[in-house]
Design a binder for this molecule. Sequence first.
Ligand code: HEM
Length: 418
Amino acid sequence: MPNVMTPPFDRRIGVPLLSRLRTERGQQDPFPIYARLRTEGAVVPAPWGGFLVTRFGLCDEVLRSGAWLEPDRHWRERQGLSTRWLAPSAREMSGTLPALNPPEHTTVRRTAGAFDRGTVQGMSETVARVTDGLLDTLADRLRRDGEADFAALVGEELPLATIGDWLALPSADRPRLRELTHEQVFAQELLPSASQLARSDAATAELRTYFMELVRERRTHPREDDPVSRWITTWDDLEPDQDKADEAVYFLALFVLLASLETTSTLLSTMTFLLAERPERWDLAAARPDLASAFVEETLRFDPPTHVISRVAAADCTLGGVAVRTDETVHLMVGAAHRDPARYRDADRFDPFRTRPAHLAFSGGIHYCLGAPLARLEARTLLRQLVVRLPRLTVVRRPTMAPRVAFRRLLNLDLAFA
Ligand code: HEM
């Protein structure tokens, strides 16, 4: 095999870059760090083992290929008790859809049911009504205080109300569920600290109790037009053991909540930040409502909510000329791949007129995000209403970013009338 890079590698290459990436400052603008990482190679050895994949073509290839697997419960067990993979929260995640591999993944994904055109259309009225109400609050606050935090008032609220209504979760429970989601996500981060994992463990335990109770309640009192009641019927046909059926429904409900909240909030706030940051973008969006989808897609490319997706090698192989052994991890650096000049012309420019806008924000292959149509609906609805209802807004101060790597999060987005 010509030009294959084999161990031992210099794993220190990425240390300074990753140390910067995981700080609040690094997250303010991670793209120069990604550019440096790309110059180190298409497949860069990670300091802790495994590899970082920086190029679009290779990330896309890994996502679409059966030669790469999700780090599932068998893989996690092989990593050993002392690793983060066997923390209670990480173990719990191994029961959810994106931690399953075929054939189990195929069965469970079929039972989830997709957000098809009909389902999404049915939700569009709720999304429009909720958006309208949230923008009323935002406008009131802007008038009253001279500035308002879009992330708290709209970005965090719209996804919560949308998924809360769909799952028919009592309104009073929702703020707590949002807090728990913020805590839980650490188990899915690239480099969680021990204390972050402990917070995730506590949140995961509370979420299990909540959703197991919800499943039991819906089993006793099934509702019409309720996904949880439908999942119970579906799983009862597949699984004779009722406890196991309930557990399967619990994992679906839990993951739909976790998957939809932070990611969609980040999309909504990032999109609004990009608009408010440059008057010409806001004016273009206001003048051209037909570009709403293109604005959403370019936001998803330019700065996606999820910057890292991980896979493990099913067998010894090479990737981009680098030898990878069975069970070794590759971290697909989606945020870097989306700025890959080999894929996108003028990749660092926000350009809603791109002729080749396809991206990896919703992953690819068999794990392609089930909620993508819903996230897109929320973002499009918000964008259209925002630029019609309000005059141009401007960013008062740069948002503070959560010091994480995989899941981007704006902790605030303070806006004012321009
Ligand atoms: C902008 C918002 C969103 C982003 C960026 C996003 C991103 C992703 C990504 C990257 C994956 C794949 C992970 C992997 O390949 O390992 C995924 C999977 C998934 N997402 Fe989303 N997501 C979003 C919103 C949603 C919403 C609103 C829902 C549900 C209502 C949802 C439900 C799911 C589910 C169930 C999966 C697992 C699919 C599988 O493993 O087969 N997502 N999402």
